[in-house]
Design a protein around this ligand. Structure first.
Ligand SMILES: CC(C)(COP(=O)(O)OP(=O)(O)OC[C@H]1O[C@@H](n2cnc3c(N)ncnc32)[C@H](O)[C@@H]1OP(=O)(O)O)[C@@H](O)C(=O)NCCC(=O)NCCS
Length: 219
């Protein structure tokens, strides 16, 4: 057995491993172990993947590290074939992803997982989900469990906190009318809500919402 970076020709086997895990259900028939992945996604993101292969180069495990924002990467699609579980390959794949993040200069690695105890053993700590930038939620909205049966927690390696960055909701050259409509122009509709393009300081309306839902989080 050995661990190596994935190749384009591994895609079919990676897909089979992940999607077989994803199709599994708990007794309540709600929760698969992980999200299924399409061929398109795997071919496009194959450089994110590391794999464990047997002596015949068959895939027996995989894990992806996806750079998704400033100083932030997601560890995802971690799977080890049933026959090899409990032999340390899950840990090796995770460690490889963490080393890669380090090489990329990425400080904060997070995962969204229902395997809290496993990641806890590997040095990950649960953090409140709202601390992750909204940019990372695009995958959640594709998940069949989104808002109805989500059983995942957000965890980061060593409990690191993602940098809070605000995404401008409108381009620098947007018309004054568009900026006003978004409350990014002082005095135009939303008192105090001036945008990130405004040099006077700002709290954009799309900043992370505090966990009690009371509004944008302070610095
Ligand atoms: C979770 C998974 C990747 C673990 O892989 P693995 O190769 O069995 O893990 P390892 O052998 O490297 O285990 C590392 C440590 O975690 C522990 N561990 C493994 N699975 C665990 C689990 N589900 N819960 C708690 N601890 C677990 C091991 O006992 C080991 O502890 P130790 O170092 O004290 O002996 C594997 O069970 C799997 O593929 N599950 C299905 C897919 C899945 O759920 N992926 C995660 C999606 S978020």
């Amino acid at each position: 057995m050995q661990l190596r970076k994935a190749k384009n020709s591994d895609v079919q086997q990676i897909r089979a491993l992940i999607n077989e895990m994803a199709a599994r259900v708990d007794e309540d028939y709600k929760h698969g172990h992980m999200l299924p992945r399409s061929l398109t996604e795997l071919y496009e993101h194959i450089r994110d993947y590391s794999v464990v292969v047997d002596d015949d180069d068959n895939i027996a495990g995989c894990c992806a590290l996806h750079s998704c924002w400033e100083g932030l990467a997601e560890l995802k699609a971690l799977a080890v074939d049933d026959a090899l579980q409990g032999q340390g390959w899950g840990r090796k794949l995770t460690d490889a992803a963490l080393s890669e993040a380090d090489e990329l200069g990425i400080d904060c690695v997070f995962t969204l997982t229902n395997k809290h105890d496993f990641f806890d053993k590997l040095g990950f700590k649960a953090i409140e989900m709202w601390k992750l930038p909204q940019r990372v939620w695009s995958e959640c909205t594709n998940c069949p469990k989104f808002m109805v049966a989500c059983d995942e927690v957000a965890m980061t390696f060593q409990g690191k906190e993602p940098k809070q960055t605000y995404i401008p909701a409108v381009g620098v050259n947007a018309s004054p009318k568009a900026r006003a409509a978004l409350g990014l122009v002082p005095g135009a509709g939303m008192p105090g809500a001036v945008g990130p393009m405004n040099p006077d300081g700002f709290k954009p309306p799309f900043a992370p919402i505090s966990h009690n839902g009371s509004g944008p989080v302070g610095d």
